[in-house]
Design a protein around this ligand. Structure first.
Ligand SMILES: Nc1ncnc2c1ncn2[C@@H]1O[C@H](COP(=O)(O)OP(=O)(O)OP(=O)(O)O)[C@@H](O)[C@H]1O
Ligand SMILES: [Mg+2]
Length: 245
């Protein structure tokens, strides 16, 4: 059990109100964490703070025991964290070039880049799309490119904000299954914001439930779903009622 991130007294405020208030939160290496909660609960805000994109109003974040902040984060630390969002935001170029871009910035040799891009395209079942223009891809294909682009950098921490939510159900579940097997071999630590309990059940082994900017429950995904507490039961049981339809 290795601690990767520790957040203490984490708060994010805007002039009119508190958006987030979390006394303590620990992310351990190798786990896949789900972050669920109602709209506006603060999930995306929490992800932005933990991925060091935005600074909290108060509180401290430690990355491998070192105090870090969005202002002081080093390039080396920044490169250990990758982010993929709901919108894939691909570049005006081919699939190959989109996946290669991070390694190019890191000035890897061309041969290495080519081999790695093909390796990751194969893992995500998109090798046949290598020369296709990114803007001509389907939603599911774009999201595969988006994830391959992040994973090729072999991040220690991968932060995902609803990456599958714009996909139709079968496309989503196929990608979730493929992604799950990729994560099993990569050992990447993942923070996965989702509003879909089915995705969360398939992909994550730990689950945080965030409501009104506060962490209401944390435990193994199985246990949180099976045993919601007084604060989370209405949220989780509503989901469970849909899943057993
Ligand atoms: N910079 C900001 N200024 C003002 N309000 C903000 C700011 N950032 C977030 N908020 C508000 O904080 C709350 C939490 O936002 P956040 O995007 O983190 O929620 P979320 O849980 O990701 O919601 P969703 O499920 O809709 O994506 C929302 O009410 C949002 O309007
Ligand atoms: Mg959000």
């Amino acid at each position: 059990m290795t601690e990767m991130i520790r957040a203490e007294k984490l708060e994010f405020q805007v002039p009119s109100r508190n958006i987030l208030s979390i006394p303590e939160l620990v992310i351990e290496k190798g786990h896949v964490y789900g972050i669920m909660g109602p709209n506006g609960a603060g999930k995306s805000t929490l992800l932005k703070l933990l991925s060091l994109l935005e600074a909290p109003t108060n509180g401290t974040i430690y990355f491998h025991g070192e105090k870090v902040s969005a202002q002081t984060v080093t390039l080396d630390q920044r490169r250990k964290i990758a982010i993929a969002l709901q919108q894939s935001l691909l570049l005006d170029s081919t699939v190959f070039q989109n996946i290669a871009v991070g390694l190019k910035i890191r000035k890897q040799p061309r041969k290495v880049i080519k081999a790695k891009v093909f390796e990751w395209m194969e893992k995500f079942n998109i090798a046949h799309l290598a020369d296709k223009h990114a803007y001509k891809l389907s939603g599911g294909e774009s999201q595969r490119v988006n994830l391959a682009r992040a994973m090729i950098l072999e991040p220690e921490l991968l932060c995902l904000d609803e990456p599958f939510s714009a996909l139709d159900f079968p496309t989503k579940m196929k990608l979730v299954e493929d992604f799950k097997s990729i994560l099993t071999t990569s050992g990447t630590t993942v923070l996965f914001v989702s509003h879909d309990l089915l995705e969360v059940k398939s992909l994550t082994n730990e689950l945080f439930i965030l409501m009104n900017g506060e962490l209401q429950q944390h435990g193994s995904t199985e246990d949180v779903i099976a045993n919601p507490n007084a604060s989370t039961q209405s949220f989780i049981n509503e989901w469970k009622s849909y899943l057993t339809l």
